[in-house]
Design a protein. Structure first.
Length: 150
């Protein structure tokens, strides 16, 4: 079962501290969002590329999968009500950033987000998240397909 977070905060700074020595804590409500195919989107740590589901361009590799906010995969709803299943990666070389960074309704406390498009076909493939020198990529699970690395 995946967690759906409805976030009710914005514009936190990454150097904010809750006094407990950990990262800042958002004011958010957790909702369980069942997904019968939950395990199908999880990385097994194998040697494979993750490619754009539209054009096949290599976006990242399984070895770049990371956890952020306590998990590799997240389910979020944006202010428009669109639900996204997002997987976190430390590197995504096959993307192009679009627009300017934004802090409004960030899914990760203190991080500015920026839209990512596939560098091959331009389809929306996810977001980059930045806070000072820390950068990671939240890629839309449904827009990635696995391919064995050569």
């Amino acid at each position: 079962m995946r967690n759906l977070w409805v976030v009710t905060w914005s514009d936190l700074r990454c150097d904010d501290d809750d006094g407990a020595g950990g990262p800042p804590r958002p004011q958010a409500r957790r909702h369980d969002a069942g997904d019968p195919d939950e395990d199908s989107s999880e990385d097994d740590g194998g040697d494979h590329d993750l490619c754009c589901s539209v054009c096949g361009r290599r976006i990242t590799g399984a070895q770049h999968a990371i956890e952020h906010g306590g998990a590799h995969a997240h389910t979020f709803a944006n202010p428009g009500g669109f639900v996204h299943h997002v997987r976190c990666f430390g590197y995504a070389g096959g993307v192009a950033e679009q627009g300017d960074p934004e802090t409004y309704f960030s899914w990760f406390p203190g991080y500015a987000w920026q839209v990512l498009a596939c560098g091959g076909c331009g389809v929306h493939i996810g977001w980059s998240f930045r806070c000072a020198d820390d950068v990671f990529y939240g890629l839309i699970a449904e827009r990635l397909v696995e391919r064995r690395a050569d």
